[in-house]
Ligand binder design. Structure first.
Ligand SMILES: [Zn+2]
Length: 93
C-alpha cells in the first residue's frame, strides 16, 4: 500500500485539521519487568499448569502501523491504514 509523505488529518491536541508527516512504525524494545513478559518467562520455565494448545486460524496479511506527527504541536499518534494488507506499507517520497 502506498501513502503520501504528508497528509491533512485531525489532531486531537490542536483540535483542528493540520498537516501530518507519515513515518513507518518500528517495534520498540520490550520492557523486561512488564506482567506479560514475566508471565511468559514463567510459562517457559514450566511453572504454569499444562495448557492445551489452541488452534488459531491463519490471518491473511498484516496490520501495519504508521506514525503521524503533527507539524504544529509535534505530537505523534498511531494509525493503521487499510486494515490487513499483504503488500508492505510504502511512503511516497
Ligand atoms: Zn497538533
Amino acid at each position: 500500500m502506498k501513502i503520501q509523505k504528508d497528509i491533512m488529518t485531525f489532531c486531537a491536541n490542536c483540535n483542528e485539521h493540520t498537516k501530518h508527516v507519515v513515518k513507518l512504525y518500528n517495534k520498540k524494545q520490550q520492557r523486561g519487568l512488564s506482567i506479560g513478559t514475566r508471565r511468559h518467562n514463567r510459562a517457559i520455565k514450566g511453572y504454569v499448569g499444562s495448557v492445551e494448545p489452541k488452534i488459531h486460524p491463519k490471518k491473511l496479511g498484516k496490520k501495519q502501523k504508521a506514525l503521524l506527527e503533527c507539524s504544529k504541536c509535534k505530537k505523534s499518534s498511531e494509525k493503521i491504514f487499510g486494515g490487513r494488507t499483504k503488500k508492505k506499507l510504502e511512503i511516497k517520497r
